[in-house]
Design a protein around this ligand. Structure first.
Ligand code: 0O2
Length: 277
């Protein structure tokens, strides 16, 4: 293949990775804004390097013209979550999307690899619009817990260091570590409800404070400075007490106050219009 074509071929893959990372980050944001538990901890993505693609083609005997069909992970998205239970939730969510078509599933959690590797892989078809028109490409989405990711990252570096021939003394340690990761994921799952509750109330508190600060800021445009300063002092007092129920109540009261000021402002506006007429 003409060396100059590489970047042209990989460009839609770059676009797909950028777009999908943004879409999954928005998915996370949607959960957070609704005050719901989010199964996504974070999302990363990459386009496979030219050297890594060439290596895989050589290893799997893939002819140049079949590269895009047979190397399924040229575009790769990795979704990291906290609990094993989150993995199926994310996979279901992906299955429901109209912009992704699931072509293949590789469940290395039920069927752990001999290396000890655990992760849930989906190969999906995704369309990007380019200046040459629409292009359908394959994207590999890997979903795994933080613990699985820790193990895979370390093992991947060792594979690189030992060029795929990890010495027995290291691989037996890795295998023990893989079992420890399974136990860790199990332990975390057993306290999942508590952790989720804690995270939800911290998210709720975050959303409430964002809303309250926004509402008080708006009030400065509608009410007198002295009145808003009093409201603001009340907010700081309740905030310092740290009771979430009081914050919720204050948030609702503030909504009513803002509505009353808005109505008053509208009446004044109508009055001015009438005088002008
Ligand atoms: P990189 O650097 O992550 O891009 P194959 O690569 O032939 O074993 P296949 O059928 O192409 O497998 O796809 P598969 O099994 O879904 O694996 C593709 C990717 O999964 C790999 O990409 C790794 O990211 C990850 N993976 C699979 N097996 C292992 C493993 O034993 N250890 C670790 N750490 N990761 C694994 P690449 O191409 O290896 O590299």
């Amino acid at each position: 293949m003409d060396i100059r074509l590489w970047h042209q071929i990989l460009s839609p893959y770059e676009q797909a990775v950028d777009e999908l990372m943004m879409k999954f980050r928005y998915m996370k944001r949607e959960y957070q804004e609704r005050g719901q538990y989010c199964p996504i901890e974070h999302v990363i993505g990459r386009v496979k390097s030219i050297s890594s693609i060439m290596e895989k083609m050589q290893k799997k005997n893939v002819p140049e013209e079949r590269m895009e069909e047979e190397i399924e992970d040229i575009a790769g998205i990795r979704i990291i979550c906290q609990f094993v239970e989150d993995i199926s939730r994310i996979a279901d969510e992906i299955g429901r999307r109209s912009d992704l078509e699931v072509l293949e599933i590789k469940d290395y959690i039920r069927n752990q690899k001999d290396s000890g590797y655990r992760s849930y892989h989906l190969v999906v078809r995704y369309s990007v619009e380019t200046i040459d028109g629409r292009k359908d490409i394959n994207v590999e989405i890997q979903i795994r817990t933080m613990a699985m990711d820790f193990w895979a990252t370390v093992e991947h570096s060792l594979q690189y260091k030992y060029k795929g021939r990890i010495p027995e003394r290291v691989s037996s340690r890795l295998s023990k570590a893989a079992n420890a990761i399974i136990s860790l994921d199990d332990e975390m799952s057993s306290v999942r409800e508590d952790i989720m509750d804690a995270q939800l109330s911290s998210q709720l508190r975050y959303n409430l404070i964002e809303d309250i600060v926004g509402s008080i800021e708006n009030l400065y445009r509608m009410a007198s400075r002295r009145e808003v300063e009093k409201i603001q002092e009340e907010f700081y007092r309740i905030y310092q007490q740290g009771n979430i129920e009081d914050l919720k109540q204050y948030h609702d009261q503030l909504d009513l106050i803002a509505q009353a000021y808005k109505a008053q402002k509208n009446r004044q506006g109508d009055g001015i219009k009438q005088v002008a007429e």
